[in-house]
Design a protein around this ligand. Sequence first.
Ligand SMILES: [Zn+2]
Length: 243
Amino acid sequence: MNDLLQRLIEFHRTARELAATRALLAGVPEEMRALHDEFTAAKEALGALEATARETRKARVAAEGAISDAQEKLRKFQQQVPRVRNQREYAALLTEIDGAKAEIKRLEEQALGALEAADRSIEELEARKAAFVDLEARYAEELAAWEARKPGVAHHASELETEAERLRAELPRPILAQYHRISEKYRGEALSPLRRSEGPGASFWFCSTCNYQVRPQVAVEVRTRGVIVQCEGCRRFLSPGEG
Ligand SMILES: [Zn+2]
């Protein structure tokens, strides 16, 4: 069959394969997908743990700084003790000293908490890093294999481009324009095969995508004369289908 419909079908097949090949080149092969996702997730988790470890370290340093400030304050109060002039001043100073001591105690507890949190997050980070080494090695291996395959795939893509160009040139412009509109609307699924109704009674043909019934003479035109017809239901181009 060297009719217009056949040319459209061939162009469609080539365009679809080209799109799939380009998508493959922009991503990773299907058999690598699971490992790729696992690797990406593990890497992100590791990054988050590293951020947490950095934060807890910072919190620890901040807590230690606050303790030394409070200790300095306490020392100053204590230095004032010999200089008090009466009982009232002495009582007031003692209150300040007690307050400073309580503050130091509170800050020390906070620092201990920060220290424990920092230790825990570093421990978890180390464990994750150890597990990641193996995953990273497996991923690197598969990635290298894919990189080795890539030039061949890229070559195939350029062959498909040439072929699509050749087939495109053989199609009338209005049909091409319509094809691209429909293809865009249906994510590349611009063609729909005809299907024959099964079961008892008079058989008829319908669009296998949207189930719209096709008039018998239209089915004949599509199936035997290679006429380009769009489904009245979904606007896809009808292809002969099987049988
Ligand atoms: Zn349809």
